[in-house]
Design a protein around this ligand. Structure first.
Ligand code: AMP
Length: 216
């Protein structure tokens, strides 16, 4: 089950990917999470990409492709994976085709107002990466992670001015990626305007239908 999750920032790809990863026991690979971790650890890679990530700009293709290539070489990716936040450019999509055969690209769609409400209320645990929403998925105690007790923060690139910039980049850069997968008949649109508990069963249904018919 080699999956690519596509859609604008804030649509909930991370939440959906975590659910699918748990259900099918395949790794959830988020280039954004990898980059944030590298920045936090202040590694050489982290220092190279910090500026781009904090400004909400795309990290250069060569760096991203190398990171994904190395990650997909790990043994846990043999039976499948979920790529979240990659590919974001045609060069990345082409590079991915050389590394692995993607089965499906799920394209999550929702109106802009829905996305902006989701992003501004999103909180992330700095310790374990769990995702909350102050309105739709609040933690038991304000600012504290239910899983590990770690502090919850608003990501720097989730600030409204940065989000606006990220949505602009998305619109400008993403149409060709969607076309890329549509032309290969791998693209499936999923309406993500409802909350995660409603969206996740829709995803499972698509996957069960596709992979069941693949087997038969
Ligand atoms: P995300 O969590 O997917 O929204 O990613 C956060 C930030 O990481 C983005 O705004 C970019 O700066 C960087 N990033 C993540 N994935 C990619 C990618 N595939 N190509 C370029 N930059 C990326």
């Amino acid at each position: 089950m080699k999956l690519v999750f596509l859609g604008p920032p804030g649509i909930g790809k991370g939440t959906y990917a975590r659910a699918v990863s748990k259900r099918y026991n395949i790794p959830h690979i988020s280039t954004g999470d990898i980059f944030r971790e590298e920045i936090k650890k202040n590694t050489e890679l982290g220092r190279r990409i910090k500026g781009y990530v904090e400004r909400g700009e795309l990290v250069p293709d060569d760096i991203v492709i190398e990171v994904v290539k190395q990650r997909l070489r790990q043994p846990d990716c043999r039976k499948g994976f979920i790529l979240d936040g990659f590919p974001r450019t045609i060069r990345q999509a082409e590079a991915l085709d050389e590394i692995a055969r993607v089965d499906l690209a799920l394209n999550f769609v929702a109106p802009d107002e829905v996305i902006i409400e989701r992003i501004s209320g999103r909180r992330i645990c700095t310790r374990c990466g769990a995702i909350y929403h102050i309105k739709f998925m609040p933690p038991k105690y304000v600012g504290v992670c239910d899983n590990c007790g770690g502090p919850l923060i608003l990501r720097k690139d989730d600030r409204p001015e940065v989000v606006r910039h990220r949505l602009e980049i998305y619109r400008e850069k993403f149409a060709p990626i969607l076309d890329y997968y549509r032309r290969r008949k791998l693209l499936v649109d999923i309406d993500a305007s409802e909350q995660a508990p409603q969206v996740i069963p829709k995803i499972i249904k698509v996957l069960e239908t596709y992979f069941h018919s693949e087997e038969t």
